[in-house]
Write a protein of this length. Structure first.
Length: 359
């Protein structure tokens, strides 16, 4: 009798735990499906936002620029998920914005500015529209690459991200495209500017292609990924260790993070460079940029820099619309003009306001 009771109890427990396990499996499958659906929805929303933002670009810049968006190529992926798949080794395709000042004379030559956007996964949005207006007024031609990993172009492009890697060559490809396709672009007057992640890309472009840029500006540049992994939160670190990205943490492969950090490539500098940072930056801690500055000095490099003290705006201190931010942008424009020699220089806040904001 006792044996039968025990057997029935075992059977009942087995049935119970089997039901629990099956329920958990079903729950996990549902959660995984919801996660994938949510990711797909996020990408669809990003694509919609990008399409809307493109319309805003044309509206905001209609009096200042001829705008185009071209589909070009960069190097193949640095690692393939399936090395035997069709299309392996093909160049990566990406979009680039082109801004040409209205009223230029196409039989003359004009300086080019390459302008990579910031953000780990972001895009060249109308956040930069006021800066583009200021560049157009000075008659710079601008190309802004939506390099691999940018948002607004679907999951596939998003997961091609290669932070501190081949995104640098995508940006360089956009430079070369402009020279090859527009006769009024002066290949001897090419500069590159960028903030944050765009600052990192700008630094690596002049480090890797020193003969092809006349000048560079790096604002609050991500400079040391190893240090960055130390002070940022886990969800930020996860962006880098994702399978489709680096695939390892800095702890697991510190040399890979070192390779992708400008601070460990400071010996390559041979291009005029201006660096700006802010002590209350809430994204790129000032210690990263200070490390870059010290490394450049240790290598005996000539460059200019300014460390601003606790300016309003934090990470965006010189990109906002305050008078102080405009004053700082005037410093940037004067520095660029020494090497790019545009037809006009916005060398005062009054001139910025009179030509752009009060007209």
């Amino acid at each position: 009798m006792k044996t039968k009771i025990v057997m029935n109890l075992i059977l009942a427990l087995s049935f119970f735990f089997s039901s629990v396990i099956l329920a958990q499996i079903e729950k996990d499958e549902v959660l995984e499906k919801l996660k994938k659906d949510n990711e797909n929805l996020n990408h669809r929303i990003d694509e919609l936002a990008k399409n809307i933002d493109d319309l805003i670009w044309f509206d905001k810049l209609k009096d200042y620029a001829i705008i185009d968006k071209v589909y070009i190529t960069g190097p193949p992926l640095w690692k393939e998920k399936n090395p035997n798949a069709m299309g392996v080794g093909n160049p990566v395709k990406f979009w680039s914005y082109i801004f040409i000042p209205k009223g230029i004379q196409k039989n003359k030559k004009y300086p080019l500015i390459v302008f990579p956007h910031g953000g780990v996964h972001s895009d060249f949005s109308t956040y930069y529209s006021h800066i583009i207006k200021e560049l157009m007024t000075q008659q710079y031609i601008v190309v802004a690459p939506e390099y691999r990993g940018s948002t607004g172009y679907g999951k596939s492009h998003y997961e091609k991200i290669d932070y501190g890697g081949l995104e640098i060559e995508d940006t360089y490809s956009s430079r070369n495209y402009m020279i090859e396709n527009y006769e009024f672009v002066d290949e001897d007057r090419v500069g590159i500017i960028g903030w944050s992640h765009g600052g990192l890309i700008s630094l690596f472009n002049i480090f890797d292609h020193p003969d092809d840029y006349s000048v560079a500006f790096a604002g609050v540049p991500v400079s040391d990924l190893i240090a960055r992994m130390g002070y940022m939160k886990q969800d930020y670190r996860d962006l880098y260790s994702a399978d489709y990205h680096i695939g390892e943490t800095a702890h697991e492969n510190v040399e890979e993070y070192r390779r992708r950090s400008p601070v460990w490539n400071a010996h390559k500098l041979a291009t005029p460079l201006l660096i700006h940072t802010n002590t209350n930056d809430d994204d790129v801690n000032v210690l990263e940029v200070e490390h870059l500055i010290k490394s450049l000095k240790a290598e005996g490099k000539k460059f200019e820099y300014e460390i601003f003290e606790d300016l309003p705006g934090g990470h965006s201190f010189d990109r906002i619309d305050t008078k102080k931010a405009k004053e700082i942008r005037v410093k940037i424009y004067k520095f660029l003009a020494k090497y790019l020699k545009p037809n006009m220089v916005l060398d005062s806040v009054d001139k910025i306001n009179d030509l752009i904001y009060y007209k």
